[in-house]
Design a protein around this ligand. Structure first.
Ligand code: BG6
Length: 477
């Protein structure tokens, strides 16, 4: 795409929304500023709001923040605005013609449409794009980036996939989950498969259990109306946490090609034990922070969970019997995303019970600590057998980690789908989550625990770990 005989237009549909201002604008700015984008790359914001090009640029500038004037001007020169509804085929036809008119004779007109819209508009927007001819690839490639949540359950995700497949081929579709663009998430694969010392112990013979936590200190922050219809399972667990679990649990891919990786992720998700909504009650804990009901946009008496923990099992040779506990919550006492792996205790207590109490642990910290920590037991100098747990720590240097959107948007422009979700991964992850949604929403069980803002969430969640296990965060390692 980088040659001068092709032009790349990134069309942001839903451009007046906060995702565009907070994430997409800054990501495109940084990509351009660092010279990562093709020479002839431009951005069009599309929305119904009555913006001029300049007003839209100013809107983006608020998200980009203080930058050198020359860098901003170079970016602003490539940004324009088209007023129209993305669900209106006539408007999309006019937009399509305007983009085509910018291309000179024989120049490839490659496009990336980014659906930064309310998910309820995906269906009509895709249909309008198709009806208007905007997805026609005769003059260049057409790729479509679709934000999460992709569907609200298995059935709706399947329906959306089948609409998508009736209009586009799978390799034109980029289902985005920004966690897959995080360096620390991509490092899970490198950590596992570019080293030989971990893989031999990465299984049920050595691993006791796995915890995946995404804890946030902020509440719903003005997104009450959206969040109230989603809740923690749909907002965090079905997407971000499920993919972290897939990366931890998958078999080694046969190559680094997008489909080789996605085949393995999909395979492991398909091996997660299917339970019914009754068992989902015993395998989950849910909570809601005090004061959630007063957040703007939240319905009176809403039972939406802002904290959730679920226990899953993967029925394959590698993981049979190993609990995977996934938890996430808002308005907690910290912001951290971590994967903690506890190894089994030594088979014999040579040094007294204390060594039994300190099994090896591996914490892969996704953010904000961004590193890897391994706990092991050492002798405390002096006479007798006094033992202490120590840890080997690695941290990525500060400032080197780029925003996940930058990486993913560049991948979409370049057509690399490795770190995007394929249709089957999405469907399997909904299949896993559906029984929990059903028990939480339809059966209104298990009990919805109220928890204090700034606490560690409902204490009941720890019981899900079983066998007296406790939560393991890097701070406690
Ligand atoms: C989004 C969720 O996908 O991820 C938000 O919709 C959540 O509710 C956010 O706050 C967390 O992302 P990060 O990168 O800050 O962990």
């Amino acid at each position: 795409m980088a040659d001068r005989n092709s032009r790349v237009t990134v069309v942001i549909l839903g451009a007046s929304g906060d995702l565009t201002q907070r994430k997409l604008g800054p990501a495109f700015f940084n990509l351009l500023d660092s010279g990562a984008l093709p020479d002839l790359c431009s951005f069009i914001g599309v929305a119904r709001s009555d913006y001029s090009d300049d007003r839209f640029r100013n809107y983006l500038r608020k998200g980009v923040g203080e930058v050198k004037n020359s860098s901003w001007e170079a970016f602003a020169a490539r940004v324009s605005y088209f007023r129209g509804s993305s669900t209106d085929a006539t408007a999309m036809k006019i937009m399509d013609a305007q983009i085509s008119a910018r291309c000179s004779e024989g120049q490839a007109d490659n496009r990336v449409y980014h659906l930064a819209l309310k998910p309820s508009l995906y269906r009509d927007t895709l249909t309008a794009l198709a009806e208007s001819g905007s997805l026609d690839e005769s003059s260049g490639t057409r790729r479509v980036v679709i934000e999460k949540p992709f569907g609200t359950d298995y059935k709706s995700a399947r329906e959306l996939n089948s609409l998508v497949h009736s209009l586009l081929s799978e390799d034109q579709v980029f289902r985005i989950d920004h966690y897959l663009g995080k360096d620390t998430v991509q490092n899970i694969l490198v950590f596992r498969f570019a080293n030989t010392i971990f893989e031999p112990v990465w299984n049920r013979n050595y691993i006791d259990h796995v915890q995946i936590s995404a804890l946030e200190d902020l509440g719903v922050e003005g997104r009450g109306a959206f969040y109230d219809g989603a809740g923690v399972l749909r907002d965090m667990v079905q997407s971000h946490l499920m993919h972290l679990m897939a990366l931890v649990a998958m078999e080694p891919p046969v190559s680094s090609a997008a489909d080789a990786l996605r085949n393995e992720k999909s395979k492991v998700l398909s091996a997660v034990r299917q339970i019914d909504s009754k068992s989902a009650i015993d395998n989950s804990v849910r909570g809601q922070y005090e004061g959630y009901l007063d957040e703007p946009g939240v319905e009176a008496g809403s039972p939406t969970a802002t904290f959730g923990a679920i226990r899953l099992f993967i029925d394959n040779w590698r993981w049979q019997g190993v609990p995977f506990i996934l938890r996430s919550g808002k308005a907690l006492n910290r912001k951290t995303t971590e994967i903690a792996i506890e190894f089994q205790r030594p088979p014999q207590s040579l040094f007294g019970v204390t060594s039994d109490l300190m099994p090896n642990r591996l914490n892969i910290s996704i953010q904000p600590d961004e590193g890897v920590h391994i706990r092991f037991v050492n002798k405390t100098p002096g006479s007798g057998n006094r033992l202490a747990a120590e840890s080997l720590n690695f941290h990525f240097p500060s400032g080197v980690i780029r925003d996940a959107y930058e990486r993913l948007l560049l991948d979409a422009i370049e057509g690399d789908a490795t770190h995007f979700n394929r249709d089957d991964e999405i469907e399997f992850s909904w299949k896993i989550i559906d029984p929990f949604i059903e028990s939480w929403i339809e059966r209104n069980q298990p009990a919805l625990h109220k928890y204090e803002v700034g606490s560690s969430g409902p204490p009941a969640a720890e019981k899900l770990l079983g066998n007296g296990r406790t939560w393991m965060l890097t701070d406690d390692i």
